[in-house]
Design a protein around this ligand. Structure first.
Ligand SMILES: [Zn+2]
Length: 413
């Protein structure tokens, strides 16, 4: 910040002021002469690579707003990123991993000071790039997406058991955050995005083991999916329910317990819920969404929708069941469902809930959230709650009724 401030001062006000000199001297000590005399020079401080089913995303942390261009070269297929007056202050080796469309990444620098990154790609990709301004503690970031040309099928987990007669119940399981957006981080470094994915996968497994039910994992790996895209994917899969999985965080480390949220027409049920929605909705800004990337007119005109009201009531019942089942395995932070405007709950026609499994900021709970055994218990609780809800809705047969039918004359319980 200080450095950007100084650069701005030097550029815009040639008349050197006392405070500017002082800051420049301070900077000389910190960074060395070259950086200061060359006011236009920028640095790439970190580089990260995230692989999604339909694209690979390269993210570069920068010391300022870079002047850049991205283009494609053919035979062999390469994507080139040129950044003017930029130096590389990080290593690029180790970035390329299996499963990515990227085969290798190289860099070089021109006499004029342009940093060039060359990415060798295994197949024809369409580059897409945008610059993100500093926000939520992240610096300027240049995002380069290598979009795969092949039409990717939506991320669907195939059910092992097929039921023909009745329409299968489809549950969209959304693991919060991912890729650039780690979500909350616990005191021992456990990241929310990893916990949510682990629980989501376990939940999907349980759903798929149930005849007549199928899970759709909205996120399958460590990459970011924009919030509205999550809703679109659930819709595309014709989901009957959406369960968005998260873990909460708060400064006070002793706080623990789960909470469940549903969409609200009127706004947040209280200040805490509003704050949480703001925090979760910031995911797009952190994860990196290009302006206008996701268009969804339906989400923007959701008010006064009868279908929605019905799904809101249903979501409330589902949330109640979630709390009831999670309570059996751990503490609950709020005993009733809360409401707020979460973008990810924006499918008007699908009952949707957002579950904060626990507080990852509590070291004891953080350890549990990381443990496979506890993750399994949480997934089972969410699954049982979903089944109880579906039974209430008449979508799943009640086991009790079945028992009565099979044992004639059995007494009422
Ligand atoms: Zn979250």
């Amino acid at each position: 910040m200080l450095r950007n401030g100084v650069i701005t001062v030097i550029r815009r006000r040639p008349a050197i002021r006392y405070s500017a000199i002082l800051r420049a001297v301070l900077l000389l000590g910190l960074m060395g002469w070259a950086h200061v005399v060359w006011a236009g020079s920028l640095t790439v401080q970190h580089a990260r690579l995230w692989t999604a089913p339909d694209h690979t995303r390269l993210v570069l942390d920068l010391s300022g707003p870079v002047d850049y261009r991205v283009f494609r070269l053919k035979s062999p297929e390469r994507i080139v990123v040129d950044m003017r007056q930029t130096s590389l202050h990080t290593r690029l080796d180790g970035l390329v991993r299996k499963g990515s469309v990227l085969a290798a990444i190289r860099h070089g620098k021109s006499k004029e000071g342009t940093l060039r990154l060359v990415m060798d790609v295994k197949e024809k990709v369409r580059p897409r790039s945008f610059l993100l301004k500093p926000m939520h503690g992240k610096p300027y970031r240049l995002v380069v997406d290598l979009m795969r040309q092949k039409k990717m099928r939506p991320v669907v987990v195939t059910a092992r058991v097929r039921v023909h007669a009745r329409k299968r119940i489809i549950i969209a399981v959304d693991a919060g955050h991912g890729g650039e957006d780690p979500g909350a981080t616990g005191p021992h470094g456990v990241k929310e995005k990893n916990v949510t994915l682990a629980v989501a996968k376990r939940l999907a497994r349980e759903i798929n083991a149930q005849p007549g039910m199928r899970a759709v994992l909205i996120r399958k790996g460590d990459y970011f999916v924009p919030l509205k895209r999550r809703v679109q994917l659930a819709r595309k899969a014709k989901a009957d329910l959406i369960i968005s999985i998260h873990a909460d965080s708060v400064r006070q480390r002793s706080v623990s317990g789960a909470s469940v949220y549903t969409m609200s027409e009127k706004g947040a049920s209280d200040h805490v819920a509003a704050m949480l929605a703001r925090k979760e909705n910031a995911s797009d800004a952190i994860g990196g969404v290009r302006p206008g990337e996701v268009r969804d007119p339906l989400v923007s005109r959701i008010l006064a929708d009868l279908v929605k009201r019905d799904s809101l009531n249903s979501a409330e019942l589902l949330a109640d069941e979630m709390l009831k089942h999670i309570r059996r395995i751990g503490p609950i932070k709020y005993s009733v469902p809360k409401h707020a405007r979460f973008v990810v709950l924006g499918a008007p026609e699908i009952p949707s809930v957002l579950v904060e499994l626990d507080y990852i900021s509590n070291p004891r709970r953080e350890r549990l959230l990381r443990s496979p055994r506890h993750q399994k218990q949480l997934a089972t609780a969410l699954f049982q709650a979903s089944k109880a809800f579906l039974r209430q809705q008449g979508r799943l047969p009640s086991p009790r009724r079945k028992a009565r039918l099979s044992i004639p004359g059995a007494s009422k319980s």
